[in-house]
Design a protein around this ligand. Structure first.
Ligand SMILES: *Cc1c(COP(=O)(O)O)cnc(C)c1O
Length: 381
């Protein structure tokens, strides 16, 4: 054992004033959630109050949250708390699909959807996107992908739509896509990692049979924590009880989130419900930001006008600067950091994504001003 273990005890976090990383904007804790994190930080802290089923704990009010509030919130019959969107997707696939089955998913799908399918032993047929600059996904694409999977003599047991996807922030027509899948008797799983907790999403209204969410991505929770919702028809199978261990759901390995992450999710929930009511303002902010970035010579790809705070930009002008700048392609990261802004991956210049979710008008102006200053400082050299 090395003798300098002390360094593990003083773990400070050095963060910029403004963080535009899409991963992090929706996961910032509310003051109430930050308190809950401290209060419930000990391991297994919730288990003092459990009589065998974590989701049936009445004080703190987990049962009401999981069995009454969340089903209404997601528009689905049953909900369970999981460790994240990926764990939710894997549980649904593992429970509902047979090894060797096909799962159809959009070409913009998150890598964790692919890994969940691989871990469940499924084959993947993609719905290709329309490519640059829109990267659009259509219901007709799902029809064709399902047909192709049938041509492989396969059984198609699930379709997945990423809503929105994590690259372009595109919101496909989920209602049309669920309709197309249902025509073939294929259930649709809606991946709401970037939507549930930010914008109104109702599984029933969109025709989704299964819905997954990410607490640390979009619900102001510390995580790892996520949601898995399903209509009665599929919930029976996904949330089946163990034949031998009383009151334990097999697919969830009995209990999932056993303390602080769940309590942060609950503590921030009222604020999350409130912020969803302000979603139209978030969309307006994103569109205004996109317009300002384009005035500076960058181009926003994906849905136009855009319908989500996650945006992808092409920046040939920044790429050109990187060819000449000191530190090369790391100049953008460095120059933004000097101006108190983080969240664009070090080394990226030609294309990058960012989010305006929850930023104030002043903060958005500051980000635009920073890009403007940086571009000007090199153009005049
Ligand atoms: C972030 C993200 C995930 C992963 O979410 P976890 O809760 O961390 O598993 C899945 N899908 C999409 C589209 C994402 O953006």
């Amino acid at each position: 054992m090395p003798d300098n273990l002390e360094k593990f005890t003083c773990l400070k976090r050095d963060i910029a004033k403004i963080n535009i990383d899409p991963l992090q904007r929706g996961g910032i804790l509310t003051p109430a959630a930050r308190e809950a994190l401290l209060e419930w930080g000990d391991g297994y802290s919730i288990c003092d109050f459990c009589a065998g089923m974590l989701d049936r704990i009445t004080n703190p009010p987990v049962e009401e949250f999981v069995h009454a509030v969340l089903p209404e919130f997601l528009g689905t019959d049953e909900v369970r708390v999981t460790h994240g969107a990926r764990e939710s997707k894997f549980a649904a696939m593992h429970a509902l699909c047979e090894k060797g089955d096909w799962v159809v998913m959009d070409g913009n799908a998150h890598y964790t959807t692919v890994l969940a399918a691989e871990r469940a032993g499924l084959k993947i047929e993609y719905v290709p996107s329309s490519k640059e600059p829109d990267y659009a996904i259509t219901a007709e694409g799902y029809v064709q992908a399902i047909e192709r999977a049938y041509e492989h003599k396969g059984n198609v047991s699930m379709a997945v739509l990423t809503y929105p996807d994590g690259n372009y922030g595109n919101l496909a027509d989920a209602g049309a896509i669920s309709g197309a899948c249902h025509d073939y008797g294929v259930p649709l799983l809606l991946n709401g990692a970037y939507s549930v907790g930010r914008m109104p999403v109702n599984a029933r209204e969109l025709g989704a049979d299964i819905i997954v969410a990410s607490g640390h991505k979009s619900m102001a929770a510390s995580g790892p924590v996520g949601l898995l919702g399903a209509s009665e028809e599929y919930a029976k199978t996904i949330f089946r009880l163990s034949p031998t261990k009383k009151n334990k759901e097999v697919e969830l390995l009995g209990c999932t989130v056993r303390g602080a992450p769940l309590l942060t999710l609950m503590a921030s929930f009222p604020a999350v419900v409130e912020r969803i009511r302000h979603w139209p303002e978030e969309v307006e902010k994103a569109r205004a930001f996109s317009a300002e970035m384009e005035k500076l010579g960058m181009k926003q790809l994906g849905d136009r006008p855009h319908n989500h705070d996650l945006m992808f930009f092409l920046a040939e002008n920044l790429f050109e600067i990187s060819q000449k700048a000191k530190k090369g392609r790391y100049f953008l990261y460095r120059d933004l950091k000097e101006r108190g802004i983080s969240g664009i991956k070090p080394g990226l210049t030609r294309q990058f994504k960012l989010s305006t979710f929850g930023l104030s008008k002043e903060e958005m102006d500051e980000v635009i001003r920073a890009f403007d200053e940086i571009i000007n400082s090199y153009e005049n050299q």
